[in-house]
Write a protein that binds this ligand. Sequence first.
Ligand code: ZN
Length: 330
Amino acid sequence: MFRTLASLSLLVVLFVGCDDSYGTPSANQQAQTADPNSTIAVTATVGMVGDLVRTIGGDRVDVTQICGSGVDPHLYKATRDDVQAMMSADLIVYSGLMLEGKMTDTLIKMARHKPVIAVTEAIDETMLLEPDDFAGHYDPHVWMDVAAWSQCVDVIADELSAFDPLFEPAYRERAHALREKLADLDEYGKSVIATIPEGGRILVTSHDAFGYFGRAYGLKVLGIQGISTDSEAGLQRINTLVDLLVEQNVKSVFVESSVPRKSVDSLVEGAKSRGHHVSVGEKELFSDAMGESGTYEGTYIGMLDHNLTVVARGLGGEAPADGFQGKLSE
Ligand code: ZN
């Protein structure tokens, strides 16, 4: 199901090397620069990546996003419309690290014809997690650590600037402003999670999307399913987690917007049968998809602000209900 790191790097080489082998122009070649009179068509796989492009590209870019709100990118297969959007795009941007596992073949094919960029390529490898039960692979959910994800900002600015040099100053300026905002959000996250009583900093969610979140903000994180959502949680895993909930007196578990809540319900039931009451966080967390487009939670900053605020409050910490800049819906 998952490729090894060795074949992952082969994939990277393919993406980087394909321009030479197929003789097609890359974003760095003059031949393929943007027409200043028309917008740049960018296709992005997931919302977190699309949002980076929209924020940095401003009104110069027209972003088509493949996975919308509530869609699970681990399982998503590109439709004919998606392939069409990729064919007509000037640039394709995706997250990488095998997050979009079932779109890999399509992305490789597209890379023969146009720049296809994995934003996580820019992240310092020392910041990537390689979980024990996912040996040989990096955990793809890097956006959950705001500081790590902010390393992807300049990749977008670089690619847009190469393709559209006339507007480079605007891209650089927006990228700089975004990095500053992300630094503020990261600080906010650290401070609100730190208000959770020490024994209560345990985050139980549907699947292992929060490893980076836990590392960045100081929570022990346990997922019912594994790193990907393509395997069902076993009974044994449920029982282990029920034991832990009872032993550690964990009061709340959380549901994710892009993963069915069935497995979380079986945890709650299991704990109940042992006489321990666990509540399900009243608001869903955003793991692999952002909130509805057009809302604050439908932006990357809003998504993380929501997660940090909801987790802090749900586990007994203190955080303003409307988040770090007063924009969360309460
Ligand atoms: Zn995931």
